[in-house]
Design a protein around this ligand. Structure first.
Ligand SMILES: [Zn+2]
Length: 314
């Protein structure tokens, strides 16, 4: 069996060939496509022509982003075990955004777990991702795979956000910049009917049944650039776990809060420890740094090979 990354995670078994989270045109013929969640860096428009396995929420995001859903599609939910083209696929909560899942796929007698983006801290929007015991191969994201990224407890982050809003909302209102699919729904839920939303956020909120009809002192915007003038600016992003970035943002009048929908570095390492795979492939973000750290801890861990470097590992 081969696993490699080429704008998507490709798996070639003796009887099946598929891709997970393609971000561009799909290379060669595939039996099916697995999509872990609706972010654009996990779901290109090219998936529409293929047989796709995804959750209801991911298909909703797909239809908003790409204007349609594939004709050949299988809708799954956490807890499901399905069979596609002879491959057995188990579905687990990924805790990243609404509808995000991890897939455990059996290929040639080997269990491979694809995490997509995942968060082991539960939020008011999603349940936590739980470790899946002892797959042969773990293909995991490494967005925050650097020791600098340690996130505070989520309840503390919620309190910080609520406090900052209380402090500044009376003076012309606040604008909270949050990624339109994911944290925008979490922030909307935190503020309930009080919050209003920019159109690009509102269309996702509406699709997921989360109300942001308030137009008062709190508005959720997709980016700082979209913040109305004179509003106090807040941005939620895991990158603000880095003190220097928070300070630089403050100098420009932006209050940064390290609210992330990914696992932080210690949680990534803990997930590997609890999952205890025979082989780890890291992908996205600090994949090199995380795999090196895992090797030092005694794991067989590598950055996922590219198309040019097919690796046969069993
Ligand atoms: Zn994502």
């Amino acid at each position: 069996m081969n696993i490699f990354y080429d704008r998507g995670i490709y798996v070639e078994g003796s009887k099946v060939r598929f891709v997970v989270d393609p971000t561009g045109p799909i290379k060669g013929s595939v039996d099916f496509v697995l999509v872990t969640h609706g972010h654009s860096d996990h779901m290109s428009r090219y998936v529409l022509r293929h047989r796709v396995v995804a959750t209801r929420e991911t298909f909703t995001a797909m239809s908003i982003r790409h204007g349609g859903v594939p004709t050949r599609r299988m809708t799954v939910a956490p807890g499901d075990v399905v069979e596609v083209d002879g491959a057995q696929i188990a579905v687990f909560e990924a805790g990243h955004i609404l509808g995000s899942v991890m897939y455990l796929v059996e290929v040639d007698g080997l269990q491979i777990l694809f995490t997509g983006d995942f968060n082991t801290a539960g939020t008011i929007l999603t349940d936590a991702a739980e470790p899946v015991e002892r797959p042969d191969v773990l293909v995991m994201e490494a967005t925050y795979g650097d020791p600098a990224y340690v996130f505070p407890n989520r309840a503390e982050l919620y309190n910080e956000l609520l406090d900052v809003v209380e402090k500044y909302a009376g003076d012309g209102g606040v604008a909270i910049a949050a990624y339109p699919l994911g944290k925008a729904q979490e922030v909307a839920k935190l503020f309930g009917a009080r919050a209003g939303a920019h159109a690009s956020v509102a269309r996702y909120n509406r699709a997921f049944g989360i109300s942001t009809s308030g137009g008062g002192d709190v508005i959720i915007v997709p980016s700082l650039r979209a913040a109305p003038p004179r509003r106090f600016k807040i941005e939620v992003s895991g990158w603000y776990a880095e003190e220097g970035l928070r300070r630089r943002a403050a100098e420009e009048g932006v209050y940064g809060i390290p609210l992330s929908d990914h696992s932080d570095f210690p949680s990534l390492v803990e997930f590997v420890r609890e999952t205890s795979p025979r082989l780890v492939y890291t992908v996205y973000g600090f994949s090199e740094r995380l795999s090196r750290h895992l090797r030092r801890l005694g794991y067989r861990a590598y950055t996922i090979p590219g198309a040019a470097g097919l690796v046969k590992f069993f």
